[in-house]
Design a binder for this molecule. Structure first.
Ligand SMILES: Cc1ncc(COP(=O)(O)O)c(C=O)c1O
Length: 471
């Protein structure tokens, strides 16, 4: 019989040869595709996954525990729950805040959650899915994060004397890796007793004053979809530092059950057949007792095995993304003959007709992508034409996810239906969110992933310049 060692040796050999073949492919400008996302997968990743398959366990097991522990330590949090996507992580995190165990701080239907109007849909969807009400604010051009002043004003209004006090949480993403103002949001949430949920799906490894994102919110999330900093195929995680929240997160992830035993284990509480809960008979098996109306958001051990080997590469990926974003910034500045110092200074800059990204001085950015906006004062320049031009040169682009989400088919009419409200009280599409509308019409992003070469970065910047010259 072939042994496990022989199988794994064969897999390693196959993986090494495959990686070497990939690496030897040269870059031909205009012919080789420059993607917006790129995972870093090596022979060890294949070995880990096959090793997990050979265990024959499949559901959460030894790799799962190892991944959760190592990831929590790397991010700098006490608790981590591995789930099957970043979207599940967002749903799981917010659902945990609806647990009756939170007493007066339990989120109840109709409670309001502040969130930016432009971003990824599944940052917003859990708010609606849980019967809560999103309160939308505009975004800044340059960071594509929320306009702080709108959030402060909404919270102060809601919590002033005579205010309805319905705003109970802020949930938002560090757009494309660039963090929102966590210090201000943390202060605001602490002052008014609000929850802060940090969607760090795009931002793993970004630091603020040297501290990693994912550590500032009451709860935070990550995504391991292949375009992200590490991958588990599909996957995500919920982070927190609070034992009760951690327990509720796992309960909602694992069908809503009361029992906190790991898969394959029994009687962690020492009284599995001794509880009397709800209106169940005394002794009803704790494993089949449900504290919460939950989901099954778990991932497999094969995904966790990949996560474990991906973590060995994360520091390198984070620093390469950081360098690539900075290099692209400098290359675009060079192409348009402007000084790139604005990046270091945390200042706004327009290079040719492009509004450049803005990064706060205390941030070390692990770029997920590189957002650009065509200057709104140059309406003769058409984004779709630019995207087609880049596409013809095999340069991949993406839009800023859903842009102004209230313009998306599934969301049109939400405000009118009373399921959402906006800063300023409008319907969100008649000019209330001027920046989100600019994002919808004039923004896009380019890749910063670790598989990009300096040649590709220069080609991207030069192509932007050539398109402008041709207008
Ligand atoms: C900000 C943000 N949140 C959540 C998600 C959802 O992650 P997933 O694709 O793993 O469900 C994404 C996806 O890219 C995202 O960009």
């Amino acid at each position: 019989m072939t042994t496990r060692e022989e199988i794994l040796r064969g897999v390693r050999g196959y993986g090494e040869a495959k990686c070497a073949a990939e690496e030897s492919k040269g870059f031909v400008p205009g012919e080789s595709f420059i993607s917006t996302g790129g995972k870093v997968v090596d022979a060890q990743d294949l070995v880990n996954m096959v090793d997990s398959v050979l265990d024959g366990w499949f559901t959460s097991g030894r790799y799962h525990d190892e991944f959760e522990q190592k990831l929590a330590a790397w991010v700098g949090v006490q608790h981590c729950a591995f789930v099957n996507s970043g979207s599940s992580a967002n749903l799981n995190a917010l659902a945990a805040l609806t647990s009756p165990k939170l007493g007066k701080r339990q989120l109840l239907p109709g409670d309001e959650v502040i969130t930016p109007v432009a971003g990824f849909p599944t940052t917003i969807n859990p708010i609606l899915q849980l019967g809560l009400k999103p309160v939308f604010v505009d975004v800044e051009l340059g960071t594509y994060d929320a306009v702080d002043e709108q959030i402060v004003s909404l919270v102060e209004q809601s919590h002033s004397e005579g205010g309805d006090k319905k705003i109970k949480a802020i949930m938002m993403a560090h757009t494309l890796g660039n963090p929102f103002n966590v210090t201000l949001m943390r202060e605001l949430c602490d002052k008014y007793g609000l929850w802060l949920v940090e969607d760090a799906c795009d931002a793993l490894g970004t630091t603020i004053d040297g501290k990693r994102v994912g550590t500032f919110g009451d709860l935070a999330t990550a995504s391991f979809y292949p375009a992200h900093h590490i991958t588990t195929g599909e996957g995500g995680a919920v982070f927190c530092n609070n034992g009760l929240l951690a327990k509720e997160v796992k309960s909602f992830r694992d069908w809503g059950r009361a029992c906190w035993c790991d898969t394959g284990h029994d009687n962690a509480c020492g009284k599995r057949f001794d509880w009397q809960l709800g209106k169940l008979p005394k002794g009803y098996d704790h494993k089949y007792t449900y504290d919460n109306i939950g989901y099954n958001l778990k991932a497999t051990d094969i995904q966790a095995a990949l996560g474990v080997s991906q973590l060995d590469k994360i520091d390198n990926t984070v620093s390469t993304r950081h360098k690539n974003g900075d290099k692209l910034y400098t290359a675009i500045c060079t192409a348009f003959g402007v000084d790139a110092q604005a990046l270091e200074n945390g200042e706004h800059l327009t290079a040719g007709p492009f509004v450049m990204p803005v990064v706060a001085k205390n941030v070390n950015l692990s770029w997920f992508g590189f957002p650009l906006t065509l200057d709104p004062s140059r309406p003769e320049l058409d984004r779709e034409d630019l995207i087609q031009f880049l596409n013809s040169r095999k340069i991949g682009t993406r839009l800023v996810f859903a842009s102004n989400i209230l313009r998306q088919p599934a969301y049109v009419g939400l405000v009118e239906a009373g399921r959402a409200r906006t800063f300023g009280g409008g319907n969100g599409v008649d000019g209330d969110f001027p920046n989100a509308d600019v994002v919808t019409n004039r923004s896009f992003w380019l890749g910063t992933h670790p598989n990009l070469s300096d040649e590709m970065i220069t080609f991207m910047a030069d192509s932007l310049k050539e398109w402008v010259n041709g207008q």
